[in-house]
Design a protein around this ligand. Structure first.
Ligand SMILES: [Zn+2]
Length: 330
C-alpha cells in the first residue's frame, strides 16, 4: 500500500470491522495513484485467513500463498484486452461480454476455499456496453460473500446504472511533498535529482506512479521535447510524427498539454510563471510573445479532444502530424 492511500484503507478497515463491507466497491481517481494495487490489497485482505489487526493480508497463510502465486481459485482479475481476432498493432482494449459472463457464472458458484469470492475489474470504463449490462445483473443480486472491485480513471464513461450499485471510494492526487518523498525512495529514481523528480511529477499531473513511469521511460518525453523545441526554433517539427506514433498516445498527449500550458502561462504571467519545461524557458518565452492566443486555444481544444477520445483507434502518425503542424503555426 502506498503512503497516500492511508485514509482509504482506514475506510476499508472500518467497513470490515463493522461487518459492513459492500458487495461492490468502485475505486475512482486519476491514473497513476495505485488504484489497482489497492484493489489487489483489498482482495487479498478479504481472502486472507489470518489478517492483521488493521485487516491487511498476513502474506503467509495458505490463502495468501495461493494469492502470491496467482493461483487463488476465488480471485478473478479482469482487465481490458484486445479482441481475439485483432491484427492491429495498437488494438482497442476492452472487457468483453464473454469474459463478464464467465466471471458472473464463477461468482455464482460456492467459494472453493471457503469464504469470499473476489472479482477485480481493472479500468472498468473499458467494459463494452453489452458487458456492462451483463455485469449489472450480478451487481443487483451478487449472492453471499461476493466482493466486486472496479477501478477507473474515467468514471464518467461507466453507465450510471453500474456506478450507482457500487460504494464509491475516491483517490485524490497526494500533496507534492509526500509524492516527492516517496519518489526519492524508489530504487528506479536512484541518481535522479530533486528538480527532475519535480518535473516528472509535473508531467504526471501529480500522480506519483505515472511520474515513476516517466522517470523509467524518458525516451517518449525526450522525443516530444525535441519535436516541440524544433517548432519553437522555427524549424518544422513534422519529421518527429513517425517517431511519436510509436509511443503511448495518451502519455504524449498529456506531455503536449504541459507544453501548451507552459506557453499560456508565459503569455499570461510572463517571467513569474511556474512552468513544467523549465529548461526551455527562454525559447518558450520568445515563442509565447509571438504566439496567437486564439490559435493557442484551438490547439488546447484539439489536444483535449484527443485525450477525451483516446480509446478510439486512429492513424497515429496523421494525428501527430496534425498536432505538430498546429504547434509550429501557433
Ligand atoms: Zn494471509
Amino acid at each position: 500500500m502506498y503512503p497516500w492511500q492511508q485514509s482509504q484503507w482506514q475506510q476499508v478497515n472500518q467497513l470490515i470491522a463493522a461487518n459492513r463491507l459492500p458487495h461492490a466497491i468502485f475505486l475512482q481517481g486519476n491514473q497513476g495513484l495505485g488504484k489497482t494495487d489497492f484493489a489487489v490489497s483489498l482482495g487479498n485482505a478479504v481472502l486472507c485467513k489470518q489478517p492483521a489487526a488493521d485487516h491487511q493480508a498476513c502474506g503467509s497463510c495458505p490463502s495468501c500463498q495461493l494469492l502470491a502465486a496467482g493461483t487463488h481459485p476465488d480471485l478473478y482479475h479482469l482487465k481490458p484486452v484486445p479482441a481475439e481476432n485483432s491484427k492491429s498493432k495498437k488494438p482497442t482494449l476492452n472487457i468483453r461480454i464473454d469474459d463478464i459472463r464467465t466471471l458472473c457464472a464463477q461468482l455464482n458458484q460456492t467459494s472453493q476455499y471457503g469464504g469470499y469470492r473476489v472479482a477485480i475489474l481493472e479500468q472498468a470504463d473499458q467494459l463494452t456496453l453489452a458487458a456492462a449490462n451483463s455485469l449489472l445483473k450480478t451487481l443487483e443480486e451478487p449472492g453471499r460473500d461476493v466482493l466486486i472491485i472496479l477501478t477507473s480513471a474515467r468514471a464518467h464513461r461507466l453507465p450510471v446504472t453500474i456506478r450507482s450499485r457500487c460504494q464509491l471510494m475516491r483517490f485524490t492526487v497526494p500533496e507534492a511533498s509526500l509524492s516527492l518523498a516517496w519518489l526519492g525512495q524508489q530504487p528506479q529514481a536512484a541518481g535522479v535529482n530533486e528538480k527532475q523528480l519535480q518535473q516528472a511529477l509535473h508531467y504526471a499531473f501529480g500522480s506519483p506512479l505515472s511520474a515513476l513511469e516517466y522517470l523509467q521511460e524518458s525516451e517518449p518525453q525526450q522525443v516530444l521535447a525535441e519535436a516541440m523545441v524544433a517548432g519553437l526554433s522555427g524549424k518544422s517539427s513534422l519529421p518527429y510524427a513517425a517517431k511519436l506514433a510509436k509511443f503511448n498516445k495518451v502519455q504524449l498527449l498529456e506531455g503536449m498539454l504541459a507544453w501548451a500550458s507552459d506557453l499560456s502561462k508565459l503569455k499570461a504571467c510572463g517571467s513569474e510563471a511556474h512552468i513544467t519545461n523549465e529548461q526551455y524557458r527562454n525559447k518558450l518565452a520568445a515563442f509565447a510573445s509571438k504566439a496567437n492566443q486564439q490559435r493557442l486555444f484551438r490547439f488546447y481544444d484539439q489536444l483535449n479532444f484527443n485525450v477525451l477520445h483516446a480509446s478510439i483507434a486512429v492513424n497515429e502518425q496523421l494525428l501527430w502530424e496534425n498536432l505538430l503542424l498546429s504547434w509550429d503555426n501557433l
